[in-house]
Write a protein that binds this ligand. Sequence first.
Ligand code: IVH
Length: 397
Amino acid sequence: MPASPPSRLPAHDEAAREIAQLSAEIRAHDARYYQQDAPSISDAQYDALRRRLEVLERQFPDLVTPDSPTRKVGAAPAEGFGKLRHSTPMLSLDNAFSAEDVREWDARVRDYLKLAAEDELAYVSEPKIDGLSFTARYENGRLVQGATRGDGEVGEDITANLSTILPLTLQNHPPSVLEVRGEVYMSHADFAALNAGRPEGEKFANPRNAAAGSLRQLDPEITRARALSYFVYGWGEVSAALADTQYACIAQLRRFGFRVLIAAHDGAGSLLQLSSVAALIQEYEAVQQHRAQLPFDIDGMVYKVDRLDYQARLGFKARSPRWAIAHKFPAEQAVTTVEAIEIQVGRTGALTPVARLTPITVGGVVVSNATLHNEDEIVRKDVRVGDRVIIQRAGDV
Ligand code: IVH
């Protein structure tokens, strides 16, 4: 199945029709994902729709409407929750799908900052956690307000829910106003335990849906009963600057008492300062190899310009900062758990070991088992029940 819609370019009125149809489709998927916590297509399919819309809008700028999904973030807050207007907008990230895309981004950043290719430019790299973004406001070191991203301007008031997950009071003299931003997620172990206790038909499809369904509860006691975790990766309004670089700011936030991605777990996948695109790509590949061992789902890496004065000069586009980019993992790969290993007897009597997997969507297709070819390979790879494995789709499955 192709990962993206056809890429040919239509004539003007045909483009207008396709733009209207893609916009409506993306809006409907946004509502299912952000408001109902029940997406009906894979992230890769969604990204492909967005990319097609971006291509058309670049080619036909006169057809871009102010309410186009390419200029908007997420979806409006759901009914039932109070609404909170963000003091600074909560934006999204542009995506890179290849090392080439990352090199082009680096070139754009340098061009914007008038830096030559050989001038020093430090980045931070960190995993892109597949959870739910939140913002939390602390005044005089106390949690006073928390919200979902919503449409980027106005989110849902989930103060009571977040107060079951985040620190209620901070340490080490934070600024009197401090808004932190981050991602709430559910670890694999907590997801498995939650689903084990739920009847068939009411199980969550993946940790992200479980986290979203647990956080966006009108009754915060339900949130409290669910094991949710979080990482802080940024900030909104602050009454005093935290530091001069992204890395040093995150280190400060850790001192105030937040969980951050600095030395968050052993091996790859922590917040790192890196000084070349080659180093970013090397880290991307290391984390991609290691991702099945991480205790939570990630769907790529995020790179950010480290110096805050550079970030300020680069600023923002309609829905994303120029100083950051998400480098996504390939759509043909996903991580899941081996539930059982069984021996299949073929028509000719040949024996093939098959891994039964927790069903997972890979490139738009639900995969629930994988042949392991022969016993030697199982021994060589040491595949065991309960292991987290990376599934790579080859062709049509
Ligand atoms: S930075 C200005 N860092 O990805 C926006 N986002 O696709 C800065 N996300 O809305 C976002 N992990 O919810 C950032 N390490 C990370 C992240 C991360 C996950 C989410 C976040 C954002 C979405 C954009």
